[in-house]
Design a protein around this ligand. Structure first.
Ligand code: X8Z
Ligand code: ZN
Length: 601
């Protein structure tokens, strides 16, 4: 079963009666209807188990969620087997065919049928998830007051530019993942076995099968998109690397890479914290949202309401009252929880929640807009049969709120009092572009490499004895980022990133980072917003909102290519929108990098 994480892929069907042999198309229709009904009937039990396991980590909730997943995955296997009688049956209605195809892709954690292995897999998955959520680094294990969690260690990286303090915090967090390695090796073996039983070559092959194209074509598609954006990333990396060299004279490696611990982010996936160091024209604009949130004493609830206000302004429905009552917005003081932000649909009928540990800072403020994107997707497609209650593909789900983030322009932020009013100028525009690029462009290679690592683990080209070395080889190849302390196979650095122990596929975020600019280009056009794309905010624009909502309502009821075509007129993912968006910054970066050596060995 695909555990509820960032965007919930529906739970699994339970014990639907098989159609008779020599199945007919009418049998297939009934089968899919029965699966949908069973999904509804059994949905709440599993999401409730997952919710408590993540908001109340202890041995008991770990057991409960493992058991719930075990039952669900067992029943999924049964139903996938039953659905095989319709393989090759001519004359199926497209919706029934699609329902059957989507059934096989219900989970990112395909389990072997062998009951002992199934139980083992769900226990490992729960243990890994709990281990990440409760991860802490303690200077004295016997003294809890010496322990620091991910928030505390991340804060050091984001706010402190001291080389040694950052290195210490980075190393401390990465140490927490060492113990996960053995579990992950077994986890990979078991999901591979489950995938093979479902008819896929391995778990990576199965993950890549969820995009209305062949697994091989999908791989090529990700390479094609990366080749479109790579030149822009390389220029940003070059500029940042030289600036960091000035900031930390003599400290950087000579090979052109950026040290992993000084980007202001634990995984070097978002470099926004480096903005003060990298801004093109200091003093020209005031984009310090962190300071404004603190100054205005924004509470976590007020931050969420601020984000809700945006979605309401484009005509989306209000969030249900239960959303505010049942969401977890802050880190509880008395227990371990999985703080990594996620959005949940607990019952397919309006019980939607987010789970975050919000602090009054800009990163969390933006993440709230991201999470609400998932929430409104759930609400929009709740009227569909459960099998279609997922994103057009998972990258769409991740792109909904991110698109809205693009409307958090300096103009919008000034309007709501979270940034200073800035006189429009080329300099101010380049500052704003840089700030956004440090979030969105810096992310691209990271977004791609996580699953390249896992695809390699699953297809056997990355062996357990090479897990960590392969991870860093990919970090270097794609990001031009390298660790400043020696790493070895004692370490398991992939485990320090939530989505690995949490088993959330990651290519979705890479796709979302391309798609969100396509969406934004179209919404701005549909909404009649004049001016350059990078200045467009659809705040208050009900025409754009209506067009967006119509897309959300489609869920996965048709191939994503059709859904994208309905919105943008083109059924293909395309990086030209993100490149157009950042064209001014790219030109500026090229200018800055002139005469400098760029690239890494
Ligand atoms: O995991 C997330 C969201 C929840 S779906 C907070 N994101 C990725 C990450 O944090 O690694 C959003 C951007 C990338
Ligand atoms: Zn998300």
């Amino acid at each position: 079963m695909n555990p509820v994480r960032c965007a919930l892929a529906l739970a699994v069907a339970f014990g639907v009666t098989a159609a008779a042999p020599a199945a007919t198309t009418a049998d297939a229709d009934s089968f899919v209807a029965a699966v949908n009904q069973e999904l509804r009937d059994n949905y709440v039990e599993i999401t409730a188990a997952q919710w408590v396991a993540e908001t109340y980590i202890n041995g008991d909730t770990e057991t409960l969620v493992a058991k719930a997943n075990e039952r669900a995955l067992g029943r999924l296997s049964v139903n996938v087997d039953k659905s095989r009688q319709f393989d090759g049956l001519a004359g199926l209605s497209p919706l029934t065919r699609r329902g059957i195809d989507l059934l096989k892709l219900q989970t990112a954690m395909p389990a072997p049928k062998d009951p002992a292995k199934l139980a083992e897999l769900t226990q490992i998955a729960s243990r890994l998830n709990a281990a990440y959520g409760s991860g802490k680094s303690c200077s004295d294990e016997a003294k809890p007051e010496t322990c620091r969690n991910l928030d505390q260690l991340s804060k050091v990286l984001a706010e402190n530019r001291d080389w040694d303090a950052d290195l210490e915090a980075w190393t401390a967090w990465h140490r927490t993942a060492r113990g996960m390695r053995k579990d992950y090796v077994r986890f990979a073996e078991l999901v591979n076995e489950g995938s093979r039983e479902m008819g896929y070559a391995n778990a990576g092959d199965m993950w890549r099968a969820g995009y209305d194209m062949s697994s091989a074509d999908f791989r090529k598609e990700t390479d094609r998109l990366w080749s479109q954006v790579q030149p822009l990333y390389k220029d940003l990396q070059c500029y940042a690397q030289h600036k960091l060299e000035q900031q930390y004279p003599g400290k950087l490696a000579k090979d052109g890479t950026i040290p992993a611990h000084i980007t202001g982010n634990m995984w070097s996936q978002d470099w926004a914290a480096l903005y003060p160091l990298l801004q093109p024209y200091p003093g020209v604009s005031n984009l310090d949202v962190d300071a404004a949130l603190k100054e205005k004493q924004y509470t976590p609830v007020a931050m969420v309401q601020r984000a809700e206000d945006f979605y309401s302004s484009v005509g989306f429905p209000p969030l249900p009252k239960s959303f505010y009552e049942k969401s977890q917005l802050t880190r509880p003081a008395d227990r371990d929880v999985v703080c990594h932000a996620s959005a949940w649909d607990l019952n397919l009928d309006g019980d939607v929640r987010i789970k975050m540990c919000i602090n009054a800072n800009e990163e969390d403020f933006r993440t709230i807009y991201h999470e609400l994107g998932h929430i409104y997707y759930y609400l929009a497609y709740n009227t569909l049969p459960p099998l279609f209650q997922t994103g057009a593909h998972d990258g769409f789900h991740e792109a909904i709120g991110d698109t809205i983030q693009l409307s958090l322009t300096p103009g919008y932020l000034a309007q709501i009092g979270l940034a200073g009013a800035t006189r429009p100028s080329k300099e101010a525009m380049l500052n704003a572009q840089m700030k956004l690029a440090l979030e969105k462009i810096a992310f691209l290679p990271f977004g791609k490499l996580i699953d390249e690592w896992r695809w390699g683990v699953f297809d056997g080209s990355i062996k357990p004895e090479n897990y960590n070395a392969a991870w860093w080889a990919l970090k270097k190849k794609y990001q031009g980022v390298a660790p400043s302390v020696t790493r070895s196979e004692e370490d398991f650095d992939p485990g320090a990133k939530y989505h690995v122990p949490g088993n959330t596929p990651y290519m979705r975020y890479f796709l979302a980072h391309i798609l969100q600019f396509q969406f934004q280009r179209e919404l701005c056009k549909a909404g009649g917003v004049k001016g350059p794309l990078h200045e467009c905010s659809i705040y208050g624009n009900k025409t754009a909102g209506a067009k967006y909502w119509a897309m959300l309502q489609k869920g996965s009821s048709q191939p994503w290519q059709e859904t994208l075509k309905e919105l943008t007129g083109k059924g293909e993912m395309d990086a030209s929108a993100i490149l157009d968006y950042f064209a001014p910054l790219h030109a500026w970066l090229k200018q800055q990098n002139k005469g400098k050596s760029c690239g890494w060995e």
